[in-house]
Design a protein around this ligand. Structure first.
Ligand code: DSN
Length: 402
């Protein structure tokens, strides 16, 4: 126990003293952490509320019903499955509900911002299904006419949208129109932008998609876990049996309880303020970097990409390691048209979901951009950079007080 406690203490210090810019990370509230660490972890509850394979489920039944109701109210949909342990498992269950084994999915080129479960050779997805891909255009944006042309040629069973490193608004209505024209299903993985959709700062996929999957821990700021939404009476039955018993066993009711709290928190006006500030901070950082002369993308959401190779002459991996050395955490990321491998990459993905939760404001975002620029350019020493990080983070709310 002491060994693990010591490591948790180390991680707490790392989180408190660092500037967390990994676009998929966030800090859950004290209530969410409390419930995730509760005695609900002791309970087996295979099945669904009212239809369990174990006795003693009266309390977890009620908890799971609340989580389902809150998810449906937050996103304005008819049905939710709150049991997926992760976004990958949510995607696996969604694919199974939408098509037979070997079915064809049209998704974004992985190096352009798709997720591993969107057809990577190293993921289950491409082993069980056939994937074909659409690219981004030369400006790094979706070209809906190109998606349409590929869809007409390939005749997929499913068109998948929703990405891991795409900094712009996705036009779900246009994708629905393409799905209708080619007579296929529409699936959206909204994991990255779920918080923006909850706060109505991004068009919702719910009125358009057959199935929407998500995680609950990114911009939505809940516990680590997955979620599946649909308006279809037929699909929810297939989704439920794909999650349990096909892919998963016992649901994590402590996490489901924390998801219920996350959905309730996301319906508060404070959450809308948080998302507004998150988007402003992201924009401020990308614009400041561009004004200083770096090659950063624009942003219409919670993240942007920084081309470190052409801006500073170093790979994404080198930039990630350099910034990590001063307590700024980012992740290396392919940029559209990248010539380097995913292990090296030509850039970084930068997001403000986590730091905004701690109280980062626009002037901090500007300082962070200047810090990244000056440090990667070699204008300031490691010692000065660390002092700036300390100065910025010392004003923010400590993780344990959130
Ligand atoms: N690993 C997540 C991300 O960083 O975007 C996606 O699941």
């Amino acid at each position: 126990m002491e060994e693990i406690e010591r490591l948790i203490e180390g991680e707490l210090l790392r989180q408190n003293n660092g500037i967390e810019l990994i676009a998929s990370e966030n800090y859950a509230s004290g209530n969410i952490r409390k419930v995730t660490g509760s005695i609900l972890t002791n309970k087996y509850a295979e099945g669904y509320p009212g239809r369990r394979y174990y006795g003693g489920c009266e309390f977890v039944d009620e908890i799971e019903r609340i989580a389902i109701r809150e998810a449906c109210e937050l996103f304005g949909c008819k049905y939710a499955n709150v049991q997926p342990h992760s976004g990958s498992q949510a995607n696996a269950a969604a694919y199974r509900a939408l098509m037979p084994n070997g079915g064809k999915v049209l998704s974004l080129v992985l190096n352009d911002g798709g997720h591993l479960t969107h057809g990577s050779p190293v993921s289950f997805s491409s082993n069980f299904y056939t994937f074909v891909h659409y690219p981004l255009d030369k400006n790094g944006r979706l070209d809906y006419e190109v998606i349409r042309e590929i869809a007409l040629k390939e005749k997929p069973d499913v068109i998948l949208s929703g990405y891991s490193a795409y900094p712009y608004i996705i036009d779900f209505k246009k994708i629905r129109e393409i799905c209708d024209e080619v007579n296929c299903k529409m699936m959206v993985d909204m994991a990255h932008i779920a918080g923006l959709i909850a706060a109505k700062k991004h068009i919702s996929p719910i009125p358009y998609a057959d199935i929407v999957t998500s995680t609950t821990h990114k911009t939505l700021r809940g516990p680590r876990g997955g979620l599946i939404l649909t308006n279809s009476d037929e699909l929810i039955k297939k989704i439920n049996s794909a999650v349990f018993p096909f892919y998963q066993g016992g649901p994590l009711e402590h996490v489901i309880a924390a998801k219920a709290i996350c959905f309730k928190e996301a319906r508060k006006p404070e959450f809308v303020n948080y998302v507004t500030s998150l988007m402003e901070n992201t924009k401020e950082c990308s614009e400041t970097l561009k004004n200083l002369g770096a090659l950063a993308t624009n942003t219409e959401n919670h993240l942007f990409l920084l081309n470190t190779l052409d801006s500073f002459g170093i790979t994404g991996l080198e930039a990630q390691k350099k910034l990590e050395g001063i307590g700024v955490t980012t992740n290396k990321n392919m940029i559209p048209g990248d010539k380097l491998s995913p292990k090296e990459t030509s850039g970084l993905r930068i997001g403000f979901a986590a730091v905004t939760t701690r109280g980062c404001n626009k002037s901090d975002a500007k300082r962070i951009a200047t810090l990244i620029y000056d440090y990667l350019k070699g204008n300031i020493s490691e010692e000065s950079a660390k002092k700036i990080v300390k100065d910025i983070t010392s004003k923010w709310t400590p993780i344990e007080k959130l």
